[in-house]
Design a protein around this ligand. Structure first.
Ligand SMILES: Cc1ncc(C[n+]2csc(CCOP(=O)(O)OP(=O)(O)O)c2C)c(N)n1
Ligand SMILES: CC(=O)[C@@H](O)[C@H](O)COP(=O)(O)O
Ligand SMILES: [Mg+2]
Length: 636
């Protein structure tokens, strides 16, 4: 049987004595290895119960200990990019007692939080922000004449985003004291992609290598003072040639000192290097550290993609603790449907921004490798790249989580919607997502997309409607978006045929003369349940599934609003500017401002982490709350 490869000898006896990094600094370095083993066991045990980002956190245990050992945290600012790897950091910065509540409702967050600890210096969740934030802090401390250090820890995946390079570019120019640790495990969520990733691991293609080699040998040969030995060595060996091209060249060109690559699980080496950097380097420096994602838990080391972020699992077998048969999620249905459409429509191309499995695109990618593109963590580029493909006659489907689409807002407006290009946004994880919390809830997309001219915006009531909406979107000759939630669907039967839905037409699901319920997307079924309950109380509720948030079905909605005189809108989105606001605008346009309305939606504040059901209840958008809102409106 495979077990964690380095179980702690004494449970968590040593870890239990650590209240803060100051306690670690008192210890001999020789004890830190046992501490690392205890931290790993604790992380594995907790994540196996609660779910969470296991692989990223296991990979940086030694790095975390070495950083807190050498640098004077929290005075020195330590910024974790994405923040999904900060579990060891949490365990040694005063949160050991609460660690069992990780990612649970009202428990500690899975990401750094300013409100949780003074050691969490920046809030993260979205990637590639750490260098910018650290540079801002470095600049701020200089302006205040404060000698504290700023240290950003960024993964090789996160380093692929433009934002990281924008920050490096400015940092090299400013020449401020800034430490960037590049945590290179050759993995994003899936294996890292792109030219940068090949460069970091020096896996330049044979062709590139030969071309560069021939060029360099020729140029050096023209110089009279180059020794014969260098030329012979270069000519003979590709390996020795490769060593001329180190990953450091890239960062040195950006005016960073480069140190590495270092073995990232060797505490002595890490501590020694960090001390040298701390004591000697005054400008920007990048330390390249090589780590293993999932280090210390054999299942996670072997399958880092699955164990990147995992639901509760059994430690001994590495298997997910799921009960019963696998129910298809919205994501699964999206993935099957786009693959099916791709078989008959060779103009369909799919784009992911480093979330291939998460967005359900793995099968499409395997089936149509030439028509699939993983652009890395580059949501802005993904949209403009899609626009380019659309200009060439393709229909790109860009599948990104709602929260990460926020990064590409200008590209959606400027590059897709103004030229009215046929690009489909497949917006996964729309609505509240659960344990990842406020950085990841997708509760703004209805508000920010419905205001863009040319955009067709829809939300399916179930996984069956999702299929037809995708088909409709791909048949549409302009920009379109469909948003669907995280998790399983309504478990409805899936029909064989795919149908094109009339754009801007909703469906009346239930008639009733007393009140109109207008739920959108995943709120349709709760509204139907509420209508059934209201009927038992003698209230006849009409239920309309608008299907399209833009354009809205003016005739259907205004007709029923006028007939019943009361409308309740329900959405898994913020109230501000959302679907309910769109309905109010429509009622005003139809001269129906006198209709009594109640807008059920998320409030104007960032929502905490917790199960989706809890968050829907808290925001009063579940079926009980819909019933109560309808009753209140009836009594007005
Ligand atoms: C802007 C943005 N896009 C996508 C993601 C989803 N995401 C979270 S972690 C991750 C991979 C990060 O890889 P890396 O930085 O190398 O860290 P590792 O998990 O390998 O430690 C991705 C794509 C995100 N958090 N933010
Ligand atoms: C840290 C991050 O952004 C991702 O790992 C995210 O947590 C994945 O979310 P899902 O579990 O919904 O795919
Ligand atoms: Mg990585």
């Amino acid at each position: 049987m495979l077990l964690p490869s380095s179980p702690a000898k004494n449970g968590s006896a040593l870890l239990d004595t650590i209240q803060s990094p100051a306690d670690i600094r008192q210890r001999p370095i020789s004890e830190l290895e046992e501490l690392a083993a205890e931290i790993r066991s604790t992380i594995i045990a907790t994540v196996s119960d609660n779910g969470g980002h296991l692989g990223p956190s296991l990979g940086v245990v030694e790095l975390t200990l070495a950083l807190h050992y050498v640098f004077n945290t929290p005075y020195d600012r330590l910024i974790w990019d994405v923040g999904h790897q900060a579990y060891a950091h949490k365990l040694i910065t005063g949160r050991r007692d609460r660690f069992h509540t990780l990612r649970q409702y009202q428990g500690i967050s899975g990401f750094p939080k300013l409100s949780e600890s003074e050691y969490d210096t920046f809030e993260t969740g979205h990637s590639s922000t750490s260098i910018s934030a650290a540079l801002g802090m470095a600049m701020g401390k200089d302006l205040k004449d404060d000698p504290r250090l700023a240290i950003a820890v960024i993964g090789d995946g996160s380093m692929t985003a433009g934002m990281a390079f924008e920050a490096l570019n400015q940092a090299g120019h400013l020449n401020k004291r800034l430490i960037v640790i590049l945590n290179d495990n050759e993995m994003s969520i899936s294996p890292n992609v792109g030219a940068l990733s090949s460069f970091l691991s020096r896996k330049l293609s044979g062709r590139t290598m030969r071309r560069l080699k021939d060029h360099l040998v020729e140029r050096l040969g023209q110089l009279s003072n180059v020794g014969e030995n260098i030329l012979t060595v270069l000519k003979k060996s590709e390996e020795s040639f490769k060593s001329f091209f180190t990953p450091g060249m890239l960062f040195e060109a950006l005016k960073f000192d480069y140190i590495g690559p270092l073995p990232g699980h060797d505490l002595v080496d890490l501590i020694d290097t960090f001390e040298t950097v701390r004591d000697t380097i005054q400008g920007p420096v990048l330390i390249h550290v090589l780590t293993t994602k999932g280090k210390g838990y054999s299942f996670a080391e072997k399958d880092p993609g699955t164990f990147h972020g995992i639901a509760p699992f059994d430690v001994a077998s590495g298997k997910k603790k799921s009960n019963g048969k696998k129910i298809p999620s919205y994501t699964d249905v999206f993935g099957d449907t786009i693959t099916r459409i791709g078989r008959t429509n060779d103009k369909v191309v799919a784009i992911s921004a480093a979330m291939v499995a998460g967005t359900g695109l793995s099968t499409f990618a395997e089936t149509f490798p030439d028509r699939f593109f993983d652009v890395g963590i580059a949501e802005q580029h993904a949209l403009t790249f899609a626009a380019g493909l659309a200009i060439e006659g393709f229909h790109p489907v860009v599948a990104i989580y709602s929260t990460f689409f926020q990064r590409s807002y200008d590209q959606i407006i400027h590059d897709v919607c103004i030229p009215n290009l046929p690009v489909t946004l497949a917006i996964d994880r729309a609505g509240v997502v659960g344990a990842d919390g406020p950085t990841h809830h997708g509760v703004f997309d209805l508000s920010f997309l419905r205001i863009i001219p040319n955009m067709v915006l829809m939300a399916p009531k179930d996984e069956e409607e999702l299929r037809h909406m995708l088909f409709t979107a791909i048949g549409h000759q302009g920009p379109s978006a469909l948003r669907y939630p995280r998790g399983i669907g309504e478990q409805v039967a899936l029909t064989e045929e795919l149908a094109s839905l009339p754009i801007g037409k909703g469906e009346l699901l239930r008639s009733g003369d007393d009140i109109t319920l207008l739920p959108v997307g995943n709120r349709v079924h709760p509204a139907l349940r509420a209508a059934a309950g209201l009927e038992k109380l003698g209230i006849q509720a009409a239920v309309i599934n608008p299907r399209f948030i833009k354009p809205l079905d003016k005739d259907l909605i205004c007709q029923w609003a006028e007939r019943t005189g009361r409308v309740v809108t329900i959405e898994d989105n913020v109230r501000q500017g959302g679907f309910g606001s769109a309905v109010l605008e429509l009622l005003s346009r139809c001269g129906l401002s006198g209709v009594k309305t109640s807008l059920l939606a998320h409030p104007d504040r960032f929502l905490e982490h917790g199960p989706q059901k809890t968050l829907w209840r808290n925001s009063s958008i579940n079926s009980v709350a819909i019933t109560e809102a309808a009753l209140r409106l009836m009594n007005q």
